[in-house]
Design a protein around this ligand. Structure first.
Ligand code: SF4
Length: 351
């Protein structure tokens, strides 16, 4: 038995051909899965009973199990989800007035080990499959009743941010497959402009994201030079800032219309001075990257050893970047009361 969610269109067509079916059936099934959001083969009413029976003998059609869910006072919604083998991850939905982003996980745990990250303190267990990645988005659509077939008017489940547990470029094949399912215009039809992949900078795989998905790229930068970055992100010793910025230059030759977002966690006394901001400006100017910054207030978690920068520091830092022509909004911390904010996710539940 094979999971049907997560097969590419081509894989679905070839599986149906192997079953002796015509390839147009794949299109019908694709629409049931990704437009109607059905959860059983029996709901695929334009297929014969015989075919539905054959499909349920060959494929599994399921969603992850919801173990727990929490809703923050700011309406951020977090689920602890369990897959068939008992492995667990967290998924977060961050609603805004007229849109909302589902923050999906790509691995159980993470091998990168960033010092400021709660997930990074949990060893890697395994990669998620493409189906497990995309089904997190589908589950949120189920919960909010937002399939195109539903009568819901104000649709909020509009964006995907690949920023949950795990380093997506350590699971690049499955991530690319999942994003191509999400952006397929015959199915979920999420605009590429509404999908952002965030990486700690696994340089060799960055070109594949440009060429094979075309989604927006975000880099977890968090420091203006290699000395500081290596202290909080050991991966920097393998992929230093210069290599990452060169990969970003190449990215923008392929995905020409999009800024690259540099995420910058504001850590008190570590990376939050005006001199740090000026170093960042010099870097971006040297590499001529169409960049914007996302300044992230640090969300402390038990035992982390870092403190958030003061508001004064954060806003002065932002002004310094903006003075040099770079957008540098301060991200509003969301879901802090339920440990759903950036870098706080865990597969045992963020308790
Ligand atoms: S910040 Fe991202 S890459 Fe770094 S440890 Fe956490 S999940 Fe892994």
């Amino acid at each position: 038995m094979q999971e049907i969610i997560g097969l590419s269109k081509e894989e679905l067509i070839s599986a149906l051909c192997e079953m002796g079916e015509k390839s147009f059936r794949a299109k019908q099934i694709w629409q049931w899965l990704y437009v109607q959001g059905v959860k059983t083969f029996d709901e695929m009413t334009n297929l014969s009973k015989d075919l539905r029976a054959k499909l349920s003998e060959r494929f599994i059609l399921s969603r992850p199990k919801i173990v727990t869910e929490q809703v923050s006072s700011d309406k951020t919604h977090k689920w602890l989800l369990e897959f068939a083998d008992g492995q667990r991850i967290e998924t977060v939905f961050i609603p805004e007035d007229d849109r909302g982003a589902v923050c999906v996980s790509t691995q159980v745990g993470c091998a990168v080990g960033c010092k400021f990250c709660h997930t990074g303190s949990q060893k890697i267990t395994r990669n998620l499959t493409a189906g497990e990645i995309i089904s997190q988005f589908m589950l949120v659509k189920d919960v909010y009743g937002e399939w195109p077939s539903s009568s819901q008017e104000n649709r909020q489940v509009s964006n995907i941010v690949v920023m949950g547990m795990g380093e997506p470029l350590h699971n690049v094949d499955n991530v690319i497959k999942a994003l191509n399912i999400a952006t397929d215009q015959d199915g979920l039809a999420v605009s590429k402009r509404r999908v952002t992949l965030s990486t700690s900078g696994i340089v060799p795989n960055i070109p594949r994201i440009a060429q094979e998905t075309g989604v927006k790229l975000a880099i977890s930068l968090h420091a203006p030079n290699n000395t500081k970055r290596s202290q909080i992100m050991p991966i920097n010793q393998v992929h230093p800032i210069e290599d990452i910025l060169q990969a970003c230059q190449e990215y923008q030759k392929v995905v020409t219309s999009r800024y690259i977002t540099f995420e910058y966690l504001m850590l008190d006394g570590f990376n939050d001075t005006l001199q740090d901001a000026q170093e960042l400006v010099a870097l971006m100017k040297k590499y001529k990257i169409g960049a914007k910054f996302n300044l992230i207030p640090f969300n402390p978690w038990p035992g982390c050893g870092f403190k958030p920068s003061s508001n004064n520091h954060v806003y002065a830092f932002s002004r310094e970047l903006e003075k040099a022509g770079f957008a540098a909004p301060v991200r509003t911390a969301r879901g802090q009361d339920i440990l759903a904010a950036c870098g706080q996710l865990k597969s045992k539940g963020s308790i």
